[in-house]
Design a binder for this molecule. Structure first.
Ligand SMILES: NC(=O)c1ccc[n+]([C@@H]2O[C@H](COP(=O)([O-])OP(=O)(O)OC[C@H]3O[C@@H](n4cnc5c(N)ncnc54)[C@H](OP(=O)(O)O)[C@@H]3O)[C@@H](O)[C@H]2O)c1
Length: 250
């Protein structure tokens, strides 16, 4: 039987894309799921602290306790950082970072009391290598990675684990549901290199089962890209810059 069998899971952003696929995969492995998003599950706008608190309480009431919290909901915005709208940037950080911190703070005390639990934060490859068409999104995901890294050590020897998930490009509606802006044309054409939400979901479920520190998808290409960005940063800057050519918005 899967280690996820009978586990009580709260996931955000399961109304589409990666979150929907993760819910399906975890249910298939025997977990009991509740979800929070604006369009499905317990409905709430995670950018609003009061709605977030109410939605968490409702999920806890339905589940009884939470074994696994998956902070998956997220939003991006295509805009150069030096002229991005700051209210929109704050909104993006509220969804991508503060909602995850808030829900984690609400879930961890129960996990500590049971000496067992798992927090999964869905960041991005952009948390490891800043994507210049998505600079402030990358900053929000890098902050989510820093939070996850510190939290993992804070919770050492408590029975509560932390997994960071860093997908590369995944075929979902993410690019078209951004807060503003449009994808640079050369990127819109690189979809053939994308993972599917189902593949990412299986990797996340496996990652929870083996209590992985980091799940990076696709693994080999992803880690090679991260290593190259550390060893040959100017080369990677040039490659990323070339991908933005022909994009008048940036
Ligand atoms: N697709 C990619 O290439 C990719 C790559 C790396 C990382 N990621 C990350 O993966 C996660 C899932 O993205 P996805 O690709 O599956 O995109 P998606 O299909 O657009 O799903 C985003 C999910 O987040 C929820 N959400 C967004 N804003 C919300 C808000 N204010 N309140 C509540 N829920 C909200 C949406 O639900 P509602 O609209 O119903 O509220 C939706 O379920 C995100 O954190 C994203 O940053 C995606």
């Amino acid at each position: 039987m899967s280690k996820l069998g009978g586990q009580h899971v709260l996931i955000t952003g399961a109304s589409s894309g990666i979150g929907a696929a993760v819910s399906k995969e975890l249910e298939r492995r025997g977990a009991r799921i509740e979800s929070i998003s604006r369009r499905a599950g317990i409905r709430a706008d995670l950018a609003l602290p009061a709605e977030r608190a109410q939605a968490f309480d409702e999920a806890l009431r339905r589940l009884g306790h939470i074994d696994v919290l998956i902070n998956n909901a997220g939003a991006g915005a295509y805009a150069p950082s030096w002229r991005a709208n700051l209210d929109e940037a704050r909104l993006m950080f509220e969804i991508n970072l503060f909602a995850a911190i808030d829900l984690t703070q609400r879930a961890v005390p129960g996990m500590l009391a049971r000496k067992a639990g798992h927090i999964v934060n869905v960041a991005s490859i952009a948390s490891k290598v800043t994507l210049p068409w998505f600079t402030l999104y990358s900053a929000s995901k890098a902050a989510l990675e820093a939070f996850s890294s510190g939290l993992r050590v804070e919770l050492r020897r408590t029975g509560v684990g932390v997994t960071l998930v860093c997908p590369g490009y995944v075929k979902t509606n993410f690019q078209s549901s951004v807060l503003s802006g449009t994808v640079p044309p050369r990127l819109a054409h690189s979809k053939r290199f994308a993972s599917t939400p189902e593949r990412v979901a299986a990797a996340i479920a496996d990652g929870i089962e083996r209590r992985a520190r980091t799940v990076l998808i696709p693994g080999l290409a992803g880690w090679s890209f991260v290593a190259a960005s550390k060893l040959l940063p100017s080369l990677i800057d040039a490659r990323l810059g070339a991908m933005m050519e022909g994009d008048d918005d940036h």
